[in-house]
Design a protein around this ligand. Structure first.
Ligand code: ASP
Length: 293
């Protein structure tokens, strides 16, 4: 973790906590904390998002609250800075849960969300040979990369962002926002916008936000599985450890989780070598680090 990332994470924790301290709902604290990270360019979300193999930045995000189980999400959204706010608008302004692709981008523009280029500057050289998403060259490159081993796990030092929070009314919320993984085929969508996989929130069990290789997280429906264990009385640490163990043993997955129970107990845990994260309950200074095993 760089000093800049540590500072940004601290700022996000402070903003989230101060909102909660003023009686603002957990959903807003989660959204605002994630907006700080999306804005920063320091993480793989919003302005800092990875691009897909055709050079286009397509982002995923979701948000959920635990009182009424309301949720909203966007997938493969382009050209905006704050996919997390688009997800919240889907939840609050539509009767749907998930909008995808160009119509999701049009929805965000209609809602006047701040814009950014679909294709970040500086990507042109890298992607000039890949502008046709399904050209033989793109597919050959993709196949060569996949054949060379666990490329999908290679991180570029920038991680997906997420947050969980508990407010004064006892409501929990969870959110996540990402630019996906390295070396994605155009149109690839991971776990982040899929409710029950990348995020889940239920006042009867808890709130979970995931990071890691979405292809594995989806197949175990990790966030919901952790919440189900919390509902059965397991502690956050035990619930997360069991599900992450299953992810590794059954499908060789790699992930990290933020898990918060409605009574305030929480755990940050990962089966990846590191995970940049932090927490704050208003006492002392926020804790930030990149190893919580
Ligand atoms: N879970 C995200 C995805 O698969 C990536 C990440 O968390 O780093 O799209």
């Amino acid at each position: 973790m760089t000093a800049a990332q540590a500072g940004c994470l601290t700022a996000a924790l402070e903003i989230g906590y101060h909102l909660l301290d003023r009686g603002v709902p957990a959903l807003t604290a989660v959204e605002q904390a994630i907006r700080v990270l999306e804005q920063s360019r320091l993480f793989n979300a919003g302005r800092g998002s990875h691009v897909q193999l055709d050079g286009v930045r397509r982002m995923d995000a979701s948000i959920m609250e635990g009182r009424d189980l309301q949720a909203g999400a966007v997938a493969s959204i382009e050209g905006i800075v704050h996919p997390i706010s688009a997800a919240r608008l889907v939840m609050e302004q539509t009767t749907h849960v998930l909008l995808v692709g160009k119509p999701a981008s049009a929805f965000a523009r209609h809602c006047k969300l701040e814009r950014q280029p679909r294709r970040p500057s500086g990507q042109a050289a890298r992607t000039s040979t890949m502008t046709k998403a399904w050209s033989p060259k793109t597919l050959a490159l993709y196949r060569a990369m996949m054949a060379s081993g666990p490329v999908l796990r290679k991180r570029a030092g920038k991680e997906t962002v997420g947050a969980v929070a508990l407010d004064r009314t006892g409501t929990v919320a969870a959110g996540a926002s990402t630019g996906g993984i390295d070396m994605m085929l155009p149109g690839r969508v991971g776990d982040t916008p899929i409710i029950g996989c990348g995020v889940y929130a239920d006042n009867d069990s808890g709130a979970v936000s995931m990071t890691g290789l979405g292809e594995g997280i989806i197949r175990i429906a990790v966030a919901k599985e952790i919440c189900d264990r919390l509902a059965r009385g397991e502690r956050p640490g035990a619930a997360a450890a069991q599900v992450l163990k299953k992810l590794v043993q059954r499908i060789d997955g790699a992930a990290g989780s933020l898990v918060l129970a409605p009574d305030g107990r929480f755990v940050i845990t990962h089966v990846t070598p590191r995970m940049t994260a932090g927490w704050w309950n208003g006492k002392g200074r926020p804790t930030v680090g990149d190893c919580f095993r």
